[in-house]
Ligand binder design. Structure first.
Ligand code: 17E
Ligand code: FE2
Length: 412
């Protein structure tokens, strides 16, 4: 098939793209590709195309359980964890697969083609992991799922936590998780990170720790992870998610931290939609934003991606799996509202996130899989500001979702 007059990202030059056998065969300036009479042609008239969005941090095992068995009324991370612990008791494989599949359908509609999902393995039966491993295979032509063995209730603070982590990796999880700020002690937190780094090495796996997701300026586990990342030389394969405590660190400490952070090549995933809601809950006024230092991290050259984190679950009662909403919130809370910052912000959910997931076949380039989305907009600024639809979502040359743009008629 041929895609004519497409605009890749914010580039103003238009291109024609030939797709063959599920790959981008050639990408040439618009008007230079001959129309073979029998070919399937889609003329985009200058609309913007991007590689599919990447959800770099979500909890698909918990999705669509908000209100079960009750609503999180304090709005804290901790009530969320306690509520989920209750809901976890009634999990079945079908229950998890059905809910996660439904959310993936919404993500596909919104142009998401790659998803890193944390899956709670602090469950002796590992029901959710079993379900997500099967769903990953079932939907492999629709979405690339990356599964994190996530110890929601701790590695050292949960019975047999280490064994459960190891079992999860044996069963096929792709990424080792951790949650040092939730362990009983600071020492357990450090030990849990050391254990996670060793486990990732043993299984040649990536690592993504929930790290310092708390408004405690004394929560300083990211320095441990960054140091391990630096010493291992594999920082680009490791990620610290949330790191909201960084928003509360004093300037002198942050300056020291940034030294090892930048040297380590550790990735950071921020979840602005959820952390603006969960954090600051123990503050009187003035209330902290509870977001990591996105703007300063980006300026220092640290790779930062944005995740949705939750879609209708005990931590966050809203969400349609639309990464545009995440970027919209992120730009506000991080105060990155200069024109070039807005125009470039799709990178938080595309290229930067691809680096987090360590994707090798990603992007609109000759030879890559022909996976891409078409936005009903001439540029990202307009797409973001006017909430323009993802008109088409292709995975490996196959159309998997299609949306008609809304049409409004003004009678004045
Ligand atoms: N679990 C956790 O520890 N933190 C979160 N933000 C969510 C689950 C959603
Ligand atoms: Fe999370």
């Amino acid at each position: 098939m041929i895609i004519k007059n497409a605009q890749i990202g914010n580039d103003t030059e238009k291109v024609d793209i030939v797709i063959q056998d599920g790959k981008f065969k050639s990408i040439k300036p618009a008007g230079t590709v001959e129309d073979p009479a029998d070919s399937n042609v889609l003329n985009l008239d200058g609309k913007m195309i991007l590689p599919p969005f990447i959800e770099s941090h979500v909890h698909l095992d918990a999705t669509r359980t908000a209100g079960e068995p009750h609503w999180n009324m304090s709005g804290t991370l901790f009530e969320g964890i306690a509520t989920w612990a209750e809901r976890k008791e009634s999990l079945t494989k079908k229950d998890v697969m059905d809910r996660a599949r439904e959310t993936i359908r919404h993500q596909a509609k919104n142009g998401v083609g790659f998803v890193r999902t944390h899956v709670d393995v602090t469950d002796p039966k590992l029901t959710a992991l079993d379900a997500l491993l099967e769903l990953k295979e079932e939907l492999k032509d629709i979405v690339t799922l990356q599964i994190v063995a996530f110890p929601q209730e701790g590695i050292l603070s949960f019975p047999h936590g280490k064994e459960l982590m190891e079992k999860a990796m044996e069963l096929g999880a792709d990424v080792v998780g951790a949650i040092p700020h939730f362990e009983f002690t600071r020492e357990y937190g450090v030990e849990s990170l050391n254990y996670a780094v060793e486990l990732a090495e043993k299984y040649d796996a990536l690592l993504d720790a929930h790290c310092d997701e708390i408004d405690d300026e004394q929560s300083r586990f990211v320095e441990t992870l960054a140091t391990r990342a630096y010493e291992s030389g594999h920082g680009e394969r490791m990620t610290a998610s949330h790191t909201t405590a960084m928003g509360s660190y004093n300037g002198a400490y942050a300056s020291r931290l940034f030294n090892v952070l930048t040297k380590s090549h550790l990735n950071i995933v921020s979840n602005p939609l959820v952390n603006i809601h969960l954090q600051g809950r123990f503050d009187d006024y003035p209330k902290r934003r509870g977001l990591t230092r996105v703007k300063e991290l980006v300026a220092a050259g640290v790779n930062v991606a944005f995740g949705h984190d939750d879609i209708f679950d005990p931590w966050y009662p809203l969400g349609d799996g639309n990464m545009r909403d995440v970027v919209h919130m992120g730009l506000h809370v991080a105060q990155m509202m200069g024109y070039p910052e807005i125009q470039e912000s799709y990178r938080f959910i595309t290229d930067n996130a691809a680096q987090v997931l360590q994707l090798t076949d990603y992007g609109i380039a000759e030879g890559n899989s022909a996976s891409f989305i078409v936005l009903d907009a001439p540029d990202w600024y307009t797409a973001l500001n006017e909430k323009r639809e993802v008109l088409y979502h292709f995975e490996q040359g196959r159309l998997i979702a299609e949306t008609k743009p809304h049409e409004t008629t003004l009678h004045f």
